[in-house]
Design a protein. Sequence first.
Length: 379
Amino acid sequence: MPDSDLTFQNLEELKPRAEKILSRQAFGYYASGSESESTLRDNEASFKRYRLVPRLMVDVSKVDTTVTLLGRKIACPVLVAPMAMQRLAHSDGELATSRAAAAEGIPMVQSTMGTVELAEVRRAGKAGPMMMFQLYVFKERGFVKQLVQHAEKSGYNAIVVTVDAPFLGKREADEREGFKLPDHLRLENLTGLAEAARMERKVHSKNKGSGIALHFADHIDPSLTWDFIPWLHSITRLPIFLKGVLCPEDAHMGVEAGADGIIVSNHGGRQLDYAPASLDALPGIAAAVGKRVPVLVDGGVRRGTDIIKALAMGADVVLIGRPILWGLTLGGESGVRKVLETIKKELRLSMALMGCPSIEHLGRGMVIAPWDQYPNARL
Ligand SMILES: Cc1cc2nc3c(=O)[nH]c(=O)nc-3n(C[C@H](O)[C@H](O)[C@H](O)COP(=O)(O)O)c2cc1C
Ligand SMILES: CCCCC(=O)C(=O)O
């Protein structure tokens, strides 16, 4: 597939361009949310509801976007969100994303459901600051143990357990299109295991409806409870982040159960429709966590100003999902690099315009919610 023209101004213009290149099945799988896609739309819409109040007369001749996560310095407070099946977008798939993220000094989170084997993806990103492995919890715990320990040995620096998916959400585009993984691709982390052969058949199955939803229902454990976290700690030394938290009480229970990080997320609007927009859920969760562990957020981050809003409202780092897949579709490694470069540049300029020479200058007072008063407003 020839790489297309990589002149673009911003991340918001990429989706229609990727749609022209991808198959209907692949675009539907990547772009869609669940049911009426209310949460999917609300993720981006929520960022647009908040306003920023710049501060003036601060020396912003130098702007430092770096932050520290798990003791490692990263180029800016951004991670590449875990996303399955990246070879649907480009033949280099996860390898391209991993190289691009490393070159930009940004950590990638690798999905369990990758189409390149996890150790290869880690090797491709060895020049980067770190990588995390996203875990889906299979009913077969022996398999989970093997997967996690393999990720640890391969050099991943943290485990991200996705806790919002006891079943896959009802994604009607996938049902309509009968979404399956094409025959030339494999879920490479699941091969070589007895269990995997049966799973693979399901993912490629000729059954009507979404192949991945069927796979999920068969093999992912919907009985997961908080005692899973101490068990996971018992089989790995890696820090454990929980992804998919939307309720302050769950954030608190997660930290009590031993989580080393909380990711506020509604899975890009792909799980429970009418779940709150991630940004709206964030302040309550940040308050409940109370700086005991890092708080991350994803869903709808498309602009440098979105990163500023999320950080000012209590996040330490954001994750970016779909725009990475659109960049990968357009131009493989170069496409992903351009996406990350673009948002980094926007972040740097907006920080300067906000009067923030470094990330710790960002605070709640700089963001106005629709229900807040403007500073010193006279009614
Ligand atoms: C195509 C696609 C595949 C995804 N696969 C996974 C996955 O394997 N594991 C996971 O925890 N989240 C997965 N997610 C959710 C993302 O990690 C992230 O929460 C979401 O996409 C962020 O929202 P955004 O796309 O609006 O930036 C996936 C999202 C998309 C769009
Ligand atoms: C079977 C792959 C599921 C990946 C996922 O989490 C998603 O599509 O949202």
